[in-house]
Design a protein around this ligand. Structure first.
Ligand code: FES
Length: 268
């Protein structure tokens, strides 16, 4: 076998076989499912973000995460914890303060990078299947160089998870004061999953346990790193689960706000 070091300059790195790939399994299924899943989610989220309606349930203070915090002039008062300082133009999302950072957090996520590089860019679509492009530049040039900013988007996402948590706390409300309904469970499950996804981030794992020479001298960080590492193993699953819980939470709030069905109330 010719190693990379001894391979003649300009020689093909891939074995010279006539077939595009020797794989006979359904290697194309995973990229296909990814394309369908991500496209469907982006289409739903885009429609909802620019709908500018059915994002708030006044009686129970349910706010969909797609509109949190609501910062445009058209936002209702209860949903705007940070003021209404942006114009209410149709093109501006009501959560314009947070959505760009959440988008960048997910776009630069190590798992999503793998997912969309393989499924949308075919670079490569699967192991032992040729790249869909003639050359490979990696992430060393603009714009992919920006993927290295992921750590900073992680900080922003952690702050946004705090805001979502506060929304879930404020939602224990009814016209009589305290209230508890199925919507609270939906919001809480979403927040717990969002935290699990956020702290299972590879950057978070490095921030907590990286650059240490001796774990024994940092027992607290070691414990935190162990916990984050256990979640990190499930990062891909959490990435998909949170897409599901986000869409489900938004749909539930929209349905109750639009009067399609009533919230199931346990207390008040
Ligand atoms: S690696 Fe996926 S969120 Fe950081």
């Amino acid at each position: 076998m010719t190693s990379t070091a001894t391979r003649p300059r300009g020689a093909r790195a891939r074995a010279a076989i006539a077939a595009k790939t020797l794989r006979t399994d359904r290697w194309w299924l995973a990229p296909l499912i990814t394309v369908i899943g991500l496209s469907a989610w982006v289409a739903y989220a885009t429609v909802r973000v620019f709908m500018h309606d059915f994002y708030w349930v006044e009686d129970y203070h349910y706010l969909t995460p797609f509109y949190s915090p609501c910062v445009t002039e058209r936002c209702v008062e209860g949903a705007s914890h940070f003021g209404r300082f942006l114009p209410g133009w149709w093109i501006i999302p009501d959560a314009a303060l947070t959505l760009p950072f959440l988008l960048l957090f997910r776009l630069t996520c190590y798992y999503y990078r793998k997912a969309y590089y393989r499924s949308f860019w075919l670079s490569p679509p699967a192991c032992a299947v040729p790249d869909g492009h003639k050359s490979y530049g990696g992430e060393t040039r603009f714009p992919l160089l920006g993927q290295n900013l992921h750590r900073y988007f992680f900080y922003a996402a952690a702050i946004i998870s705090l805001i979502n948590t506060w929304d879930a706390v404020l939602a224990f409300h009814s016209p009589k004061g305290f209230g508890f309904g199925l919507g609270n469970i939906v919001l809480l499950v979403n927040v717990v999953m969002l935290w699990a996804y956020t702290i299972s981030c590879h950057s978070c794992r490095h921030i907590i346990g990286g650059r240490l020479k001796h774990f024994s001298k940092h027992p607290v960080r070691y414990r935190a790193w162990t916990f984050v590492s256990a979640l990190n193993v499930r990062h891909m699953q959490l990435a998909w689960i949170t897409l599901g819980t986000l869409a489900l939470t938004d749909f539930y709030v929209m349905a109750v706000a639009a009067g399609w069905f009533n919230d199931l109330r346990f207390i008040n």
